[in-house]
Design a protein around this ligand. Structure first.
Ligand SMILES: NC(=O)c1ccc[n+]([C@@H]2O[C@H](COP(=O)([O-])OP(=O)(O)OC[C@H]3O[C@@H](n4cnc5c(N)ncnc54)[C@H](O)[C@@H]3O)[C@@H](O)[C@H]2O)c1
Length: 257
């Protein structure tokens, strides 16, 4: 299948690691010009000098400054995410004060990105946006309540943005992972182990295998490459009738009618 993305420009927030890094790499492989943004000066997945900016996606002025350096962008991908770092079951394991930063990074930062990149897409009458949310945002996951609530908010905002931007030829969608072996996923495991009696503690591989067996009918980890494949498809004209959708790549964990 030819996606015809060659020469198009893509901005990826959260491009240094995990799913965002794989998505950036896949757009590059399609012949796109990719600009990355991340808080982490991790060795860049983007080879050309100046294509990776360092900043905090929760700081609107840093995101608008990045957008200004990108110029006209065909596709925006938001793959930033963090957990609270605490085991959220029951919810009073967290303090109310633990919520603000989680909401800022997972939800407000995504809104920042949409605000910063929408005006140019509207002016040009084309573009796509893709937000990484989570199955947690669809099921009231007890693992990390502020993360779960932020991801639910992000799905809702994505739908608002999809409706607002449709008349301007801009499509907006979300991808929802279940279990992907990344730093973020490992941090969820680490938070869960803290405070458990030694006899109940599990290593990361055992915890992951057990959780996947319980929640995902297909019974396997999802891979960053699977999100990268869907990201380039959604950016292409083959997906011209897809907007406002949350696509779960989760081994069947959450099923919708
Ligand atoms: N890994 C999973 O199992 C899983 C499950 C559900 C949802 N997700 C979602 O997928 C997306 C990608 O996560 P991942 O698993 O690749 O995690 P990751 O930790 O590997 O990557 C997240 C990236 O976001 C960057 N980042 C974090 N806070 C930032 C900030 N304030 N400003 C700029 N950059 C920031 C990190 O440095 C990192 O490069 C996230 O939105 C996450 O919530 C992941």
């Amino acid at each position: 299948m030819h996606l015809n993305l060659t020469g198009q420009t893509v901005a990826v927030l959260g491009a240094a690691r995990g799913i965002g890094r794989a998505i950036a790499g896949n757009f590059l492989a399609e012949g796109c010009q990719v600009r990355g943004f991340d808080r982490d000066p991790h060795p860049s997945p983007l080879p050309a000098p100046g294509t990776m900016a360092i900043g905090d996606a929760a700081a609107y002025e840093q995101v608008t400054a990045f957008a200004d350096t990108c110029g006209d962008v065909d596709h925006l991908v938001f793959s930033v995410g963090v957990g609270s770092g605490k085991f959220g079951f029951p919810f009073w394991n967290l303090e109310p004060g633990d919520w603000a930063r989680v909401l800022e990074v997972n939800l407000i930062a995504a809104v920042n990105a949409a605000h910063a990149f929408a005006p140019r897409m509207v002016r040009r009458g084309r573009g796509t946006m893709l937000f990484l949310t989570s199955v947690a945002g669809q099921i009231g996951s007890q693992t990390d309540p502020p993360y779960s609530a932020a991801k639910a908010g992000l799905i809702n905002f994505m739908q608002c943005a999809a409706k607002d931007l449709a008349p301007f030829g801009v499509r907006v969608n979300a991808l929802a992972p279940g279990m992907v072996r990344t730093d973020l996923n490992e941090s969820v495991w680490a938070a869960g182990q803290r405070g458990l009696p030694a006899a109940q503690q599990q290593d990361y591989a055992t915890w992951g295998a057990e959780k996947i067996r319980k929640v995902a009918p297909l019974g396997r980890w999802q891979l960053p490459e699977e999100f990268a494949a869907m990201a380039i498809y959604l950016a292409s004209d083959h997906a011209r009738n897809i907007t406002g959708q949350t696509l779960n790549i989760d081994g069947g964990q959450v099923m919708h009618s």
